[in-house]
Design a protein around this ligand. Structure first.
Ligand SMILES: NC(=O)c1ccc[n+]([C@@H]2O[C@H](COP(=O)([O-])OP(=O)(O)OC[C@H]3O[C@@H](n4cnc5c(N)ncnc54)[C@H](OP(=O)(O)O)[C@@H]3O)[C@@H](O)[C@H]2O)c1
Length: 367
């Protein structure tokens, strides 16, 4: 393999806060080119070009995620790059091929032998079945911003909400990595898309990505937030309300969004981006509470959407999910939005931009 030097970013131990992880604990180390004499026949070495910095990376580094790697570890759920070496039994890839990683098989979100191969490193080792071809027309930055978010969106919209053409869907936190993917997939499904967010600048980008209507929410008082959102959704839907809500934010915004549903509407819980404890550790976490009276009187369906947990347990479903989002990508229907891109050496600047809420879609570092 062509040998060159590299770097990796290492978390030595769980942080008390996200800021502490970024500004104090993470460090740059030289990355050794993997010793291929120690790798298996189905292994592949990837020269990483881009890696995403995600919400999940942050909550994992502070010990708040449901699945965590053991420190010290290299964070980063997804990478893209070029194949630098292949084992003797690798059949589907050759040196030079452009690939993306499967975060359920490689890196800190995976459970097996490749957990230490985090994305924030110049080199990664993956099994052949832990990689997919970079979709045609995608940049490396888009490639590492694809599977996690688009699978999450597909699972929430198709498997859980069963969204139909002509229906109306409300997506909270739509400027996020998952939210931007949801807007694009909801449009493919033929739905009318209403989004919420706190920043007019970011909502402009969400509208450009295909949302039909944007509602800016800047208060956090549950009462006025709920009436503002319900009134605006009523105006947009001529009083009808929405068929489905996909909630990535939770808290007061999730509560308010639930109240915009029509009778027999569906509420899909994807995440709770607004409900992250400043201090790390699961013991600090207070789960959201949603109003059972609204669920009862409006005959709602309220459902979880744990894409990773479901897909890890149901490989047949996952294969279908990946096949569909990949096919849409190849058709040119999906465009991961990357608002921020940095040199890997500037990872602190990148992570802080994400932490400050400046990012729309994805933030990446490049090696
Ligand atoms: N169920 C699953 O399988 C699955 C998979 C991936 C992620 N998730 C979860 O989904 C959630 C979103 O993930 P993501 O990767 O899309 O995150 P992200 O890229 O950080 O986006 C989250 C969005 O939520 C909004 N937001 C953030 N903090 C907020 C706050 N305090 N109050 C109100 N709005 C806030 C922001 O939009 P504005 O600034 O525009 O308001 C932001 O763009 C997280 O909870 C994550 O754990 C679930």
């Amino acid at each position: 393999m062509a040998v060159d030097s590299g770097i990796r970013i290492v978390l030595p131990g769980f942080a008390n806060t996200q800021a502490e992880a970024i500004d104090q604990l993470l460090s740059i180390e030289p990355a050794e080119v993997p010793d291929t004499t120690k790798l298996g026949p189905s292994d592949v070495v990837v020269r990483v070009r881009s890696a995403s910095i995600s919400f999940v990376d942050f909550i994992m580094m502070t010990g708040q995620y449901q699945h965590m790697a053991s420190p010290p570890y290299v964070p980063g759920l997804e990478f893209s790059g070029e194949i630098a070496w292949t084992g003797s039994e690798v059949r589907n890839f050759s040196v030079g091929d452009k690939v993306i990683s499967d975060f359920m098989t490689v890196g800190p979100r995976s459970k097996g032998a490749y957990q230490q191969s985090g994305a924030w490193s110049s080199f990664a080792v993956a099994p052949e079945n832990g990689l997919y071809p970079l979709p045609s027309g995608f940049s490396f930055a888009q490639g590492c911003s694809f599977l996690g978010s688009y699978e999450t969106a597909y699972f929430a919209l198709v498997k859980r909400a069963k969204l139909q053409a002509g229906e109306r869907v409300l997506i909270t936190g739509a400027s996020g990595a998952s939210g931007m993917a949801m807007v694009q997939i909801a449009r493919i499904l033929g739905a009318e898309v209403i989004v919420t967010g706190r920043s007019s600048r970011k909502l402009e980008a969400v509208l450009s990505a295909g949302a039909d209507h944007a509602i800016q929410l800047d208060g956090d008082n549950t009462g006025s937030l709920a009436s503002t959102l319900r009134a605006q959704v009523k105006t947009i839907t001529n009083g009808a309300g929405v068929d489905a809500v996909i909630d990535t934010v939770g808290g007061a915004i999730g509560d308010a969004a639930l109240r915009t549903l029509k009778f027999e509407g569906r509420f899909v819980i994807v995440g709770w981006a607004s409900n992250v404890s400043e201090s790390g550790g699961r013991q600090t976490f207070e789960p959201d509470r949603l109003p059972t009276n609204i669920m009862q009187m409006k005959c709602l369906q309220v459902m979880g959407s744990p894409m990773v947990i479901y897909s890890m347990a149901n490989r047949a479903w996952r294969a279908k999910q990946i096949a569909q989002v990949t096919a849409w990508a190849e058709e040119g229907l999906l465009h991961p939005h990357v608002s921020h891109s940095f040199r890997a050496e500037d990872f602190r600047e990148a992570a802080n931009a994400k932490l400050r809420g400046e990012v729309v879609g994805s933030c990446v570092i490049n090696f």
